[in-house]
Structure formats: structure tokens, C-alpha cells
Design a protein around this ligand. Structure first.
Ligand SMILES: CSC[C@H]1O[C@H](OP(=O)(O)O)[C@H](O)[C@@H]1O
Ligand SMILES: Nc1ncnc2[nH]cnc12
Length: 290
């Protein structure tokens, strides 16, 4: 079975990682269905990295349709300990401009139609999610952006990512509301992923790539796909450089993360009372506790 220590989830605009070497394509199945696409596993900076295109390589899956559980389960099967999630976002703050990169440290959940847990079916667990992303991975991503000194890119450490359902973009009233909450960026994908990664005890870090000012800014047109496409392309080039540098830093000094033991005190159901079918389904997460 192929293995990789670091997973990269590429969002809108990032459908492949050009720098991967000795590449193998691995198709995985999970008890939660098929992942978004097959995994492209290759060597980057001396370590094996598993790349997955979140919406599929031809961008055929809407945010609501994404098989988040299958994607994270498959990452766990591969032995992934760190996930870098590259994600397009709209800016909710004047100083956060298109092409900038944000490392959010908080989320607000505005989704309505997602399954955000692996648990249920006879097993109950409540993970801590006060700090929803791995701080050390965030530091590494921020350092990587800062050290690369990319043209027209300002890094922002910290901030709140509002995760909306989509697929339509926000109304102005929603955009103003998110701003009144002090939020930094808006997107449609990262919150379910971060929750499931935490349940899977995988450290998760978001590299949010700004493409637009959503629809609140008087001096900028409201977001549309037509408008963001050029930024998506530039962001994809920049993101690959940042990810490569972050992978180098992770590999040089793999951080221990609170995420790596998130289930230790989270499971309320005695494991000998959990139905065998459920235990089997969750084996990749539970085996170290059985
Ligand atoms: C760029 S159009 C909106 C689309 O882009 C973001 O995708 P991802 O988070 O996978 O980069 C956003 O969440 C929407 O899905
Ligand atoms: N304005 C926006 N709202 C939601 N998701 C986005 N992805 C990129 N820009 C976005």
C-alpha cells in the first residue's frame, strides 16, 4: 500500500502539483464512498506527498457534493499526518487583497448540507475544536510565504474563514454580516475538512488564496467566476511554491500537533460496546485505541 506523510488538498485552480517526482496514481475506496479523485503520490523535498484535487481534476464536484469523509479517510489510509489545504477565498477586509495569502486560525460554520463527522452508528465522540487548525502548521505556512517574498503577495497570519454552503456566492447582506462579525475571508469548503481531519487525528492547515473582495467593496465589482479566474491561475503558481517550502520545513522538523491525539479523551462509548461493523468502518482511526 502506498504511503505518504503529507497530504495536499488542491482547491479551485490547483488541480496538480508540478514538482512531484516519482509519481504514482493511487485509486482508493473507503467505507464512506469514493474520494474526489485518485491520489497523485510523489516525492517532494525528500518526502512522499499525496495530492488530491478537492473538486476532482476536472472540477466536476460542487462544494455540497464533496465527499469530505472519503477524502479524509483515504488520507488516513495513506498514513498522512499533515494536510495542507489550498483554498480559494473572497476577502472580507480591505487590507486583504486578491493574490494575498491568509492562514486562518478560526472558522464560522454557515454550511447546512454537510456531514461533518465520522462518528454515529453506535459510537459517540466529541473532539475539541476550539482551535480548529494546527498552530504549528500555520506557523510553517506563514513562514514559507514570508520567506519566499512573492511578488504582490502579502501574508496574513490568523483570521476567521466563514464557510458558506454555496454554490451561489453571498448576497450583499450576508457579506456585510460576515464583516460585522470581524471575519477575514469567505469560502465554501474548509470547515468540514478541518473537522474531519481533527477526528482523524491529522494536523490540518489552511492556505487561503484570495481571489476577490466578495460583494461588499464599493470600489470592486461583486465576485463572479469570470472575475476570479486570472487570480486562480496566479494563486496556483504561488501556492505550489509555498507548499513546496512548507513540505521542506515539515520534513526537516516534523511538528507534534495536538491534532495527533485528538481522540484520546473524545470517545464516550466504551469501545467494547461499539458494533463490529462500525469498528471496522472506523478501524484506521480507532486501531491505536483498541
Ligand atoms: C473560485 S469559485 C468558489 C469556489 O472556490 C473555492 O473552492 P476551494 O475552497 O476548493 O478552493 C470555494 O470554496 C468555492 O468552492
Ligand atoms: N467570494 C467568495 N465566496 C465564497 N467562496 C469563494 N471562493 C473564492 N471567492 C469566494
Amino acid at each position: 500500500m502506498a504511503q505518504a506523510k503529507i497530504g495536499v488538498i488542491g482547491g479551485s485552480g490547483l488541480y496538480q502539483m508540478e514538482a512531484l517526482q516519482d509519481v504514482e496514481e493511487v485509486t482508493l475506496e473507503t467505507p464512506f464512498g469514493s474520494p474526489s479523485d485518485s491520489f497523485i503520490i510523489g516525492t517532494l523535498e525528500g518526502t512522499r506527498v499525496a495530492f488530491l484535487a478537492r473538486h476532482g481534476r476536472n472540477h466536476h464536484l460542487m462544494p455540497t457534493e464533496l465527499p469530505f469523509r472519503a477524502n479524509i479517510h483515504a488520507m488516513k489510509q495513506l498514513g498522512v499526518e499533515y494536510i495542507i489545504s489550498a483554498s480559494a477565498v473572497g476577502s472580507l477586509q480591505e487590507q486583504v487583497k486578491p493574490l494575498d495569502m491568509v492562514i486562518p486560525d478560526q472558522f464560522i460554520d454557515r454550511t447546512r448540507n454537510r456531514v461533518n463527522t465520522f462518528f454515529g452508528d453506535g459510537i459517540v465522540a466529541h473532539i475539541g475544536f476550539a482551535d480548529p487548525v494546527c498552530e504549528k502548521l500555520g506557523d510553517i505556512l506563514y513562514n514559507a510565504i514570508s520567506e519566499l517574498n512573492l511578488e504582490e503577495v502579502t501574508p496574513h497570519r490568523g483570521g476567521t474563514y466563514v464557510c458558506m454552503e454555496g454554490p451561489a456566492f453571498s448576497t450583499k447582506a450576508e457579506s456585510y454580516l460576515y464583516r460585522s462579525w470581524g471575519s477575514t475571508v469567505v469560502g465554501m469548503t474548509n470547515l468540514p475538512e478541518a473537522k474531519l481531519a481533527r477526528e482523524a487525528e491529522i494536523a490540518y492547515g489552511t492556505l487561503a488564496l484570495v481571489t476577490d473582495y466578495d460583494c461588499w467593496h464599493e470600489d470592486h465589482d461583486s465576485v463572479s467566476v469570470e472575475m476570479v479566474i486570472e487570480y486562480l491561475k496566479k494563486n496556483a503558481v504561488n501556492a505550489q511554491k509555498v507548499i513546496q517550502e512548507a513540505v521542506r520545513q515539515i520534513n526537516a522538523n516534523p511538528p507534534t500537533s495536538e491534532a495527533h491525539s485528538a481522540l484520546k479523551y473524545a470517545i464516550l462509548t466504551p469501545l467494547d460496546k461499539v458494533p463490529d461493523t462500525t469498528k471496522e468502518k472506523l478501524k484506521v482511526f480507532l486501531e491505536k485505541y483498541l
